[in-house]
Each structure stands twice: as C-alpha cells, then as structure tokens.
Design a protein around this ligand. Sequence first.
Ligand SMILES: Cc1cc2nc3c(=O)[nH]c(=O)nc-3n(C[C@H](O)[C@H](O)[C@H](O)COP(=O)(O)OP(=O)(O)OC[C@H]3O[C@@H](n4cnc5c(N)ncnc54)[C@H](O)[C@@H]3O)c2cc1C
Length: 216
Amino acid sequence: VLHEEGHLDCNEVAAEIAFHNPKIHFVWNSTLQEIKGKEEVESLVIKNVVTNESKEVKADGIFFFVGMVPQTEFVKDLVACDKKGYIKVNEKKETNVPGIYAIGDCTQTFLRQVVTSAADGAIAATASERYVKEKKQIDAILTPDSGKVAFLFYNPYDSAQIDVLTKMEEKLGETYHVIRQDITRQSLLYERLQMHNVPAAAYYENGQVERIEESL
Ligand SMILES: Cc1cc2nc3c(=O)[nH]c(=O)nc-3n(C[C@H](O)[C@H](O)[C@H](O)COP(=O)(O)OP(=O)(O)OC[C@H]3O[C@@H](n4cnc5c(N)ncnc54)[C@H](O)[C@@H]3O)c2cc1C
C-alpha cells in the first residue's frame, strides 16, 4: 500500500473486512519495484517510499492493480489533457474539439467506476447524436447563398422570453428568414458564438455572421 499504515483507498467497509482477513499481510508506505523470477514469479522487490529502503519478498504470483496512468498518449496532441494525462471534458463529455467526446477512466472525473463510465457513455451518445443533427441543420441553413438569416435564442421554460421572441419574429419576419433556437436542446450555434444570455439574436448574411444582439 502506497499510503501510511491503516490508510486504504477503498471504502471503509471493504477496508475493515480486509484488515480482519488473516490471509492478508499489508506492507505500508510501499510500491512495487521489481518482479523477479525465471519461468514464473519467484519474488518481488518492494520499496518503502518513506525510507527508500527496498526488500525482497517471496511470492508465487502477482495480481496487477492496473494503476492510475491514463493511456491517452495517442490523443494528447488532438484534445486538451491535464498534466496527468486525463482528457478534459465538460458536462456533455465534449472535449475542447467540437465533435470529439471522451468518457470514463481516461477523463478528468471525480469517481472512476463501471457505473460512472457507463453513464458517461450514455451522456456522450446523446450529446454526440444531437451535435451531428444540429451541425447538419446549421450547415444546411448557413450557405453562401442563404441570404439574411436571424437565429433567435431562447429558453422555453421562461414564458416572458417566448413573448419577446414572438415580437421579434414579427419585426424581423419581412427581412430575415427567422429560426428559433431552444438553447436547452439546440446549443451548438449559441456556444459556437460564445453567447451567454437569452433571449438573444444572431444575424447572418450569406452564411457569415453580421452581428449579435444579447439583450433583446
Ligand atoms: C483492479 C481494479 C478493480 C476495480 N474494481 C471495480 C469495482 O469493483 N467496481 C467498479 O465499478 N469499478 C471498479 N474498477 C474500475 C473500473 O474497472 C473502471 O472504472 C472501468 O472499467 C472504466 O471503464 P472505461 O471504459 O473508462 O475504461 P476501461 O475499462 O479501462 O476500457 C478502456 C479500453 O480501451 C482499450 N484501449 C486502450 N488504449 C487503446 C487504444 N489506443 N486503442 C484502442 N483501445 C484502447 C483498453 O484495452 C480497454 O479495453 C476497478 C478497476 C481496477 C483496475
């Protein structure tokens, strides 16, 4: 055990059971330095991380606890990782690169267990499906010959915003092709434009953003 005597990383119930198991001998403040043996495991060299002393212990075998080094070398030039190599993600499991998601043990997360990894997968699957759908819609609308388009961003759970939007639609309707964006479900463009308030509007001409209005 890497920690001081009595300190295990597992939960307290599991720790108590382990402490009362007469077959388990704990070696504290220590890390595995070497596995020795020819055909099979014969002994282990264990290093005390406090005293730096090493000692050899006879052993017939070893179970690897896989460890906590994320295997993210192959993506570290592609997406942002922290100093330890964990991939940085937001609550939708998006990395800093649009369209690339990361889940599970290799990400920055509080708890690394099967259930949290599976939950991450469900989040990323839903978020990525919405991303692809929204991106296709936006790409189809914002073309070089799309003319004047106004996106109106709103939160449908605030009825006052719906009133503002209805008035804006009437006002803009003659000049612009007006498209509503419910930011609780359609946030791609809103986030891409780094907007922070609703109701808000983004005006485009032939696929290019003209101006943004954040206090309607
Ligand atoms: C000893 C131990 C005991 C544990 N006990 C529990 C427990 O009791 N309960 C619990 O909930 N959790 C437990 N966990 C944690 C749990 O196993 C992990 O949280 C979970 O497996 C993480 O799932 P994952 O899909 O993120 O990663 P993983 O299950 O690690 O899956 C990642 C996969 O990616 C593959 N891979 C890696 N690099 C590449 C690459 N370049 N290309 C293609 N594939 C690649 C790997 O081979 C692996 O199959 C334990 C973990 C360990 C090590």
